[in-house]
Design a protein around this ligand. Structure first.
Ligand code: GLU
Length: 276
């Protein structure tokens, strides 16, 4: 009899654990396009009538929020609008949610957003957690320094240097591999990293050249130096298995390229970047 009680309680605990497990599928309360069934992702977006996109709010040229108007603008925003137009027939049927390099994958997999369009490099490691679209932008990692700095390129970064970066970025990982022993200070976002550079907390800030051009455009006392030392092909991330949404994104990118619209968006944002 005693044994039966033990068995019963073990069974009850197991059932509770199973129930708890089911509930956690909806963690974050999101109703974003799920990855389970290839075509459901599009149906979810259409039923909602709005595309939920994770973008940067602090990255000039790609996704920057104007505090006065509240508008978020940049290359990634124009690409996101084109996807909303393709899926929903209206480029304004969109809600932009702020992500950082660190929060973008958790927010996507929590169901808070349908996709990430946020200067995100396609990597083998990230492919274990999300699916990616085709490449929609090609960047490379570089360095931003105060004008007149002795740092003229990656060769000037040594184990005695202090470099600033953003948590969760490939940039931090890459620089540690390139220069073993280098000190890297990691910030929650790029504006905090830039503020740290301005207050003399490091010798250089490192991330993709295109992002650094945006910072140089914000303050002419800073410049991008040296040649890019990595390849950073940007992709749009969706939940794993969400093949219908990946197809809709890739179709949008192909249309943008064949119509010449992609070149216009590129020129509008990246063409404005200051020359090195
Ligand atoms: N493209 C790099 C990355 O995905 C750096 C830019 C960023 O942090 O978003 O990590």
């Amino acid at each position: 009899m005693k044994k039966n009680w033990k068995l019963l309680s073990v069974l009850m605990i197991a059932m509770l654990l199973i129930l708890a497990g089911c509930g956690s599928n909806n963690e974050g309360g999101g109703n974003a396009a799920k990855g389970e069934s290839g075509s459901d992702g599009i149906a979810t977006i259409k039923e909602r009538g709005k595309l939920l996109v994770g973008v940067k709010f602090d990255t000039k040229l790609f996704g920057l929020k104007d505090p006065a108007s509240g508008q978020v603008e940049g290359f990634d925003i124009d690409i996101s609008k084109a996807i909303a137009k393709h899926i929903l027939g209206d480029e304004n049927a969109i809600e932009l949610k702020e992500v950082t390099s660190k929060t973008r994958i958790p927010m996507l997999n929590n169901g808070e957003i349908d996709m990430v369009v946020a200067t995100m490099t396609i990597t083998e490691e990230r492919k274990k957690e999300v699916d990616f679209s085709d490449v929609y932008f090609q960047a490379g990692q570089s360095l931003l320094v105060k004008k007149g700095s002795p740092v003229k390129g990656i060769a000037d970064i040594t184990k005695d240097s202090t470099v600033l970066g953003s948590k969760g970025s490939t940039s931090v990982k890459n620089i540690k591999e390139k220069v073993p022993g280098v000190t890297v200070l990691e910030f929650d976002n790029y504006q905090d990293a830039f503020t740290a550079l301005k207050t003399g907390k490091g010798d250089a800030l490192t991330t993709d050249d295109a992002i650094l051009y945006g910072m140089a455009a914000q303050d002419p006392n800073y410049e991008v130096v040296g040649e890019p030392f990595t390849d950073e092909p940007y992709g749009i991330a969706v939940q794993k298995g969400n093949s219908a949404v990946v197809k809709a994104i890739n179709d949008t990118l192909a249309e943008l390229k064949s119509s010449g619209e992609y070149d216009k968006i590129y020129e509008k944002w990246i063409g404005k970047a200051p020359a090195k």
